[in-house]
Design a protein around this ligand. Structure first.
Ligand SMILES: [Zn+2]
Length: 184
């Protein structure tokens, strides 16, 4: 789920927080935002396709990462971590149960769209579905450093992320019925 991706993005910012603490706030914010960003295609376009680039995402992210290492500054670090976290998000969407109305009941063939091959990548099922208890566990572990290492804004975002993750996990299996009521 989106909070797990935001937490995974924060993990990428950890070396910055440890090695260049003065850049920690901008690094943490960019990583958190980049980790969450691809899921905006739930609102616009096709989810797990329009803003998810599991292969092409690395094309700008890797040089941006190299630039941030060569010339670390607020802009290079922010751009690199945003792009790296977004690319990691797209790849890791292949690790859950895939897209389905009720992914805990149905076999899905579609995890995330692979633009280069013009096809959907199949789900691996390492996390059974988004919002599964193990997904919450991942969110919780990954967001904990965000409470301490990146300044006040990221602390608030991480705290908010933990609350959202807990609520989403608690109501996840009821969401398809709620959505149905909205449509009817
Ligand atoms: Zn996603």
């Amino acid at each position: 789920m989106v909070t797990t991706h935001a937490g995974a993005g924060l993990l990428l910012a950890l070396p910055v927080a440890l090695l260049v603490p003065e850049l920690a706030p901008v690094a943490g914010l960019a990583a958190f935002a980049g980790g969450a960003f691809p899921d905006l295609d739930m609102l616009v376009g096709q989810h797990r396709r329009t803003l998810h680039y599991p292969a092409l995402g690395w094309v700008p992210a890797v040089p941006a990462g190299a630039a941030a290492i060569v010339a670390p500054g607020p802009v290079t670090v922010a751009v690199a971590l945003f792009l790296l976290a977004a690319a990691l998000h797209a790849v890791s969407d292949a690790f859950d149960g895939g897209l389905a109305d009720r992914p805990w009941e149905q076999e899905s063939e579609r995890a995330v769209y692979y633009h280069v091959g013009d096809r959907w990548l199949p789900p691996r099922g390492w996390v059974r579905y988004d919002g599964a208890p193990e997904d919450f566990g991942l969110s919780a572990v990954l967001l904990v450093p965000g409470l301490f290492l990146y300044g006040d804004l990221v602390t608030s975002l991480s705290l908010g992320g933990l609350v959202v993750a807990a609520v989403y996990t608690a109501v996840r299996k009821r969401l398809p019925d709620v959505a149905l009521e909205f449509i009817q």
